[in-house]
Design a protein. Structure first.
Length: 287
């Protein structure tokens, strides 16, 4: 009650920390705390709900895996969704509270990438039009990564940046917290760009494999003079598409110079493409 007191406008960090300590000290703490917080987050008093969200985020950062397991269950996520849904409390929850709840759920899709339930819940909110676009987190709003973070988290892959981030987050200076937020955003953007490159690579390699297989089949029929006019046009189209795929593979290879496995896959696809183009020229040109 003290940590979420609606009569005060500033966070009572002493009480918030005491709440976290109690969660960690009590064997039932991680089970009971989310229920208490859900009740407070659903409060019709805006300040009480906002304070409760701050307590929730602080617990995420300080109360460990058992607490994480509880808040990533549908049972708790549904309590947050009720604050946003016009079928429940969304009709009278303030826009500020709904915005904060959206930010919390969105941030968890980043901090808990393996938790499918969080992603599904967030996507459902977008599909229903309750969340129209991903929130733009303010510069002074820090979304601290939970502890312990998931294995293979983006914050574990660059040791130097991770150490810098940890140092900035411990600072009491607003400029350091803003720098931490910018660093978090840049690391997430870097990870998103990496994911996009991987997606482009997989798509191109898959297209090469499919086109080469189909072109080889048509070439065999062509040699046996069993190819219809439509199939001949398809073969010509495949050849043209395969020619256009070569510069794409070269460009993808230049993006993967630091990833030996990915580079090997691209070079293998390029070899398949080169051989297929060679067979086409040999078979069709010699006809």
């Amino acid at each position: 009650d003290k940590a979420t007191d609606p009569s005060i406008s500033e966070e009572n960090w002493e009480c918030i920390q005491q709440f976290c300590d109690q969660v960690n000290a009590d064997i039932e703490g991680p089970l009971l705390a989310p229920r208490l917080l859900a009740h407070k987050i659903q409060s019709p008093q805006e300040m009480e709900a906002l304070h409760a969200l701050t307590v929730l985020e602080t617990c995420v950062n300080n109360c460990g895996e058992r607490f994480h397991r509880e808040i990533t269950k549908f049972r708790f996520l549904n309590e947050l969704i009720k604050v946003l849904s016009p079928k429940y409390y969304g009709i009278w929850s303030s826009e500020k509270v709904k915005s904060r709840v959206t930010e919390v759920i969105f941030s968890w899709t980043v901090w808990f990438p393996r938790e499918v339930k969080i992603r599904d819940a967030y996507q459902m909110l977008k599909k229903q039009g309750i969340v129209k676009e991903d929130p733009k987190v303010p510069e002074d709003k820090i979304l601290p990564p939970p502890s312990p973070r998931p294995q293979n988290s983006i914050f574990d892959r660059d040791e130097e940046k991770s150490k810098l981030l940890a140092r900035l987050l411990k600072s009491d200076h607003s400029e350091d917290l803003q720098a931490a937020n910018r660093l978090i955003k840049s690391m997430i953007k870097e990870e998103q760009e990496k994911s996009a490159r991987a997606s482009r690579r997989e798509s191109a390699i898959s297209e090469v494999s499919e086109n080469v297989t189909l072109m080889d089949e048509l070439l065999e029929n062509y040699q046996r003079q069993e190819l219809s006019t439509a199939d001949q046009e398809t073969l010509q189209t495949l050849f043209q598409r395969c020619e256009k795929l070569r510069p794409l593979l070269f460009r993808l290879a230049s993006e993967m110079v630091d990833d030996d496995e990915a580079l090997a896959a691209i070079l293998q696809a390029n070899d398949q493409l080169t051989q297929a183009l060679g067979r086409y020229r040999q078979v069709v040109a010699s006809d």
